[in-house]
Design a protein around this ligand. Structure first.
Ligand SMILES: O=C(O)CC1=CCC(=O)O1
Length: 94
């Protein structure tokens, strides 16, 4: 199942810089592991915002929730999820 996910990041200004950098490094490693195993299919920066649009390919809502909840930046993100279905006019099956 495919999901379009928007993540808006909002790290509090009073979080120490070193701690913020450490969380971002863990976020990157976690994200890249999921990209390598195929469950995090796309990640795109929203131009001009500290936000991304991502596409996940997972088995269920529960699996997606588990992956999102484990994001190191999860406490500092607003996340919205849109389930995707096939469009009848699409020439490629995703
Ligand atoms: O910078 C972001 O958009 C948040 C994020 C998600 C995965 C990652 O590496 O950074």
């Amino acid at each position: 199942m495919l999901y379009l996910v928007r993540m808006d990041v909002n790290i509090p200004h009073d979080l120490p810089q070193e701690q913020a950098q450490e969380i971002k490094a863990r976020e990157k490693a976690y994200s890249q592991d999921l990209q390598r195993d195929g469950r995090w299919k796309h990640i795109w920066r929203v131009a001009g915002e500290y936000a991304n649009y991502s596409v996940f390919d997972v088995e269920s809502n529960d699996e997606l929730h588990g992956l999102l909840q484990a994001l190191p930046l999860f406490p500092y993100m607003k996340i919205s999820v849109t389930p995707l279905a096939q469009h009848p006019s699409a020439i490629a099956q995703n």
